[in-house]
Design a protein around this ligand. Structure first.
Ligand code: FAD
Length: 450
């Protein structure tokens, strides 16, 4: 373990002891607060800080299931890789919350919300009475169950605890072999962490016939897969894991529906995110895959708001509800919802609509990828048509259109036109006349469209 990591662990233990006092005081206690925030991730923390900037006397409390102050999930692959120390992943200290007079209740999971009494109860029995409530509870790794999975160690990659476990596992011995199940964003984040740590082989099992087949056409998938194959990742398409087993030496074997098997030292699974909505379902507010909000991020219950990954917010640009899972979106929603909660509580100012165009940017071992707009899969949008252009082996772009207007874009390794495309999506400009440009790889849109 690096010296600064050891230092940090020590620091963190001390930090936790300080907070323990806070825990015991809060156990079974009752708190009346003006603003209660469920979830201490980027959306919840940004909201709390924005509220404090607007309202210097209102009481603010954050309850967070995790035992940590705010950290960056985006930086977790860099930590596992060894490029960043554990301490560098943390974005706040306990002092930061104290200075802003924000009460932080760690390891407190909200389990009951009573809309009539404006009351939240935690698993430990603490009661909070709120005037404004924000649900910024994010999501958790989608459960993955196949025969034998309950008895085999499985690496997930959602929290810093998951990252700690993976970091330690990879430190045990060199040249490990990994089986990676899943073909989405988290699988790429795992690849980002695993390859630089020098694992000897990664078998990536995906149930589709190519990577991201819902988001890109063949040229895009081939560009991505070829890049990763050069880094040592082996893709196995149309492979569905059906059974896992671990032998007495620790080797894990994954069996698939096609009677193939893959042996590995580490089994990692990245099959998507389920939103933390179950506590809030069937209690009177509208909940779909996420918590339904209007464009101001207010839920169907007055004075209760939702932001970040958990929110399924009405987006005026797309004229529909969007479920978005990215850091930038969570941060910006935290800011907007904080402004709106303070305005609602203080009965001042006007409410702000959330109109930012979603952007997910990821760097996969030197390949730059961005998803802009409503990129939800083609299956969900039968009325959507796609135009793509590319230079083989170099870059790829795909644009989604509905009723002659741009709604989504995927960029790989080329971003010259990102700003123009963002503008066209945001303004919902009629783009039919631009179709020849959008499909011509030699055209830079900025030369023609302003
Ligand atoms: C490994 C990894 C890499 C990523 N990389 C990128 C990237 O490169 N670019 C990008 O844009 N996005 C990336 N993301 C996604 C991004 O991190 C998320 O979109 C963002 O963190 C969402 O923030 P949030 O505040 O909405 O939710 P979260 O960060 O999930 O925070 C919610 C918090 O609420 C807590 N909570 C849940 N339920 C309760 C409850 N009942 N009571 C109390 N607390 C509760 C949770 O434990 C959690 O701490 C990555 C995610 C992961 C896991």
């Amino acid at each position: 373990m690096a010296a600064d990591d050891m230092f940090y662990r020590l620091f963190f233990l001390l930090e936790k002891r300080k907070l323990c006092y806070h825990f015991s005081m809060s156990d079974g206690a009752k708190h009346n607060v003006d603003y209660l925030i469920i979830g201490g991730g980027i959306a919840g923390t940004t909201a709390a800080e924005t509220i404090r900037n607007k309202d210097d006397s209102g009481t603010i409390a954050i309850v967070s299931k995790e035992p940590h102050v705010l950290y960056s999930r985006v930086l977790l692959p860099k930590y596992v890789e060894g490029a960043l120390s554990r301490a560098q992943v943390f974005l706040r200290t306990v002092e930061d919350y104290n200075k802003r007079n924000i009460s932080l209740y760690l390891e407190e999971e909200a389990t009951v919300l009573d809309l009539k009494r404006n009351e939240v109860r935690t698993r430990r029995g603490t009661l909070f009475f709120y005037k404004q409530l924000l649900i910024a509870a994010g999501g958790h790794a989608k459960p993955w169950r196949v025969e034998g999975s309950e008895t085999v160690p499985i690496t997930r990659f959602q929290t810093i605890n998951d990252a700690d476990a993976l970091y330690s596992k990879l430190s045990e011995k060199h040249k490990q072999e990994v089986v990676l199940v899943g073909g989405g964003f988290i699988a790429l984040e795992l690849i980002n962490a695993l390859v630089p740590r020098g694992v000897s082989m990664i078998h990536c099992l995906i149930s589709e016939k190519r990577y991201w087949q819902d988001y890109m056409d063949t040229e895009g998938s081939v560009l991505l897969e070829t890049h990763l194959e050069r880094k040592g990742v082996i893709f196995h398409h149309n492979e569905l894991a059906t059974r896992v087993r671990q032998d007495e030496k620790g080797t894990i074997t994954v069996f698939t529906g096609r009677n193939t098997s893959y042996a590995a030292d580490v089994l990692a699974v990245g099959v998507g995110l389920d939103r933390e909505v179950e506590t809030f379902r069937d209690i009177g507010m509208e909940v779909n895959r996420g918590i339904i909000t209007n464009e101001f991020l207010e839920t169907t219950t007055e004075h209760i708001w939702a932001a970040g990954d958990v929110a399924e917010n009405y987006h005026p640009v797309f004229e529909q509800h969007l479920l978005t899972g990215n850091w930038n979106n969570a941060f910006l929603q935290g800011r907007i919802v904080g402004l709106n909660m303070a305005a609602s509580h203080m009965k001042t100012g006007h409410r702000h609509a959330f109109t930012y165009v979603p952007l997910y940017a990821i760097d996969v071992l030197g390949m730059h990828i961005a998803f802009l707009g409503d990129v939800s899969g083609a299956i969900q949008h039968t009325n959507r048509t796609y135009i793509s252009r590319f230079q083989e082996g170099a870059w790829y772009e795909r644009f989604g259109m509905e009723d002659g207007k741009l709604v989504s874009a995927v960029f790989i390794n080329k971003f010259k036109d990102k700003r123009v495309i963002e503008l066209l999506i945001k303004e919902q400009r009629d783009c039919v006349s631009y179709i020849p440009y959008l499909s011509d790889p030699s055209v830079t849109l900025a030369d023609y469209i302003t």
